[in-house]
Design a binder for this molecule. Structure first.
Ligand code: GAL
Length: 518
């Protein structure tokens, strides 16, 4: 009684204070309750970037194994072990559950499932993906599965030059058929191809992605190490064949599987926002051209059955044209479109006309990036140099809504890179508060577009665990969960950003964690 009387605080007052804080604090920030019912929050990965087990379970090399083994990555390392998710999927799924993810976006390794690219199916591959899917389902985590995330079977590259050949359409469709048949009972969200725009530009114009094609004139111009290629023509042929592959797989899904399996199918594009550097009409036109060459190149065909007018005009006969039956199968070949959005950059009209002897995707678009922006946006080296432009997310989504009739959309990737981490000092670094800030601001920007009517259905952080980051090898990290790549066991450790996302996803209890929202 004595103590009770002496207490300087009253429980009633404290509760009142907490209730006021809980009611007021979130107003200054966002919570998942602000999003429509059914909105999905997840995180993602891709097969070659996390699985490892490159030579196990019947898998054969993809073009990324070849690239990495040729010593082309920044740190000369490969995805042979990567984050070892092949062996650690149970631990990872448990971490996803602990974080509160609704969904996990991953891709299937084509050469694990069908080692020769076409023909016999590898039962161990089927088993692995069934194990992963079942583990996700056990925790109520929805699998969102990409069929092709850059890692073309090397066998198909060797046999007929991969996506430069029309043969790819039939083989991709047969591979997709196996995936729908084996996993479609449990998988309701399918992406046919991740970033065909990046695959075409980096693989066939710049040549800094496998299969490293570019024109010899460009190789010396950009200082790249290409084996062969024709940057004037091949990016457009690759894009065309990838589009037809997508449409063929989507059409198969719709006819043979969708009525029973009741899932959804789409395609995912790399989608920075592009802003005019000035209000001059020529800069505005340049920004629109870049958007058409980057996004419209793939979205116009699946929405309207043709390439954007400006591409047809500027690329001319180097741009393949769709036959009427191809247009017909492309048009409407999606239930949703995925966008991978990380950044914004501004552009100006190029000052000189493109040199006809040096035509490639870049000179066809005919733009330039002001020097200050190049260093900031495209070659960011050390944190925190990635320009924080969360407003760009809203602008991108508003643009898609207005230009393409408000299709259902997923943000399939959004995340913050840390470059050149010194593994001796920061391997276990927990403090990535900047990544949490980045995510919060981008998620908030997405919400503004949703409130203005955009049909966004979900958001996936890139990446769930640290990964083999393609050309950067392990010098670049995006993980909500860090991975110690120096030890055989590939130990995981949840970062601040993972804690933040978890708290964002799980309902807040009064009296707990209020500081997260302040
Ligand atoms: C995307 C790609 C991912 C990932 C990410 C971060 O373009 O789809 O695989 O590497 O960039 O660099």
């Amino acid at each position: 009684m004595e103590r009770q009387c002496n207490r300087w605080w009253s429980p009633v007052l404290l509760w009142a204070l907490l209730i006021v804080l809980a009611a007021v604090a979130p107003v200054s920030s966002i919570s998942r309750d602000d999003f429509p019912t059914g909105f999905v929050f997840g995180a993602g990965s891709s097969a070659y970037q996390v699985e490892g087990a490159a030579a196990e379970g019947g898998r054969t090399p993809s073009i990324w194994d070849t690239y990495a083994h040729e010593g082309r990555t920044a740190d000369k390392r490969t995805g042979d072990v990567a984050a070892d998710q092949y062996h650690k999927y149970k631990e990872d799924v448990k971490l996803m559950h602990d974080m509160g993810l609704d969904a996990y976006r991953f891709s299937i390794s084509w050469s694990r499932l069908i080692p020769n690219g076409r023909g016999p199916v590898n039962p161990e591959g089927v088993q692995y993906y069934n194990n992963l899917i079942n583990e996700l389902k056990k925790y109520g985590i929805e699998p969102h599965v990409t069929l092709f995330h850059f890692d073309l079977p090397q066998a198909l590259e060797d046999e007929y030059s991969g996506v430069l050949s029309p043969n790819i359409v039939e083989d991709f469709t047969a591979y997709a058929d196996v995936c729908f048949k084996e996993f479609g009972g449990s998988v309701k969200y399918w992406v046919t191809i991740n970033e065909p725009n990046v695959y075409s530009i980096q693989g066939y114009d710049l040549g800094n992605f496998p299969p490293n094609h570019c024109s010899s004139s460009l190789a010396s111009f950009y200082g790249l190490n290409c084996t062969k290629g024709n940057s004037s023509v091949e990016p457009y042929v690759a894009g065309y064949n990838l589009l037809l592959s997508h449409a063929s797989a989507a059409s198969l899904y719709r006819k043979k599987y969708q009525p029973k399996q009741k899932g959804y199918i789409g395609i995912t594009l790399f989608a920075p926002w592009v802003e005019p550097f000035t209000a001059l009409p020529e800069d505005i036109a340049a920004a629109n051209r870049v958007l058409d060459f980057l996004i419209g190149w793939f979205v116009d065909p699946i929405v309207c059955g043709r390439f954007p007018f400006v591409m047809r005009k500027l690329v001319g006969s180097r741009l393949p044209s769709f036959k009427p039956e191809e247009s017909a199968i492309l048009r409407g070949s999606f239930d949703f479109i995925g966008f991978n959005h990380y950044m914004e950059f501004s552009v100006q009209a190029a000052t000189s006309n493109p040199d006809d002897n040096l035509r490639d995707w870049y000179t066809d678009v005919n733009f330039k990036i002001p020097q200050t922006n190049v260093t900031k946006a495209l070659v960011s080296k050390d944190p925190p140099t990635i320009p924080l432009a969360p407003w760009a997310m809203q602008r991108l989504l508003d643009y898609i809504r207005d230009k393409y009739g408000n299709p259902p959309v997923f943000i399939h990737e959004n995340g913050y890179p840390e470059y050149n981490i010194d593994p001796t000092t920061t391997e276990y670094n927990y403090h990535d508060e900047h990544r949490a800030t980045y995510m919060r601001d981008y998620i908030e920007s997405m919400l503004l577009s949703i409130r203005n009517g955009s049909n966004v259905r979900g958001y996936f952080a890139w990446s769930f665990v640290d990964s083999f980051e393609l050309v950067d090898g392990y010098r670049n990290r995006y993980g909500l969960i860090g991975v110690n790549f120096s030890v055989q066991n590939r130990t995981r450790y949840r970062r601040y950003s993972g804690d933040w996302y978890s708290k964002f996803l799980k309902p807040m209890h009064i009296g707990e964690d209020i500081e997260m929202w302040m």
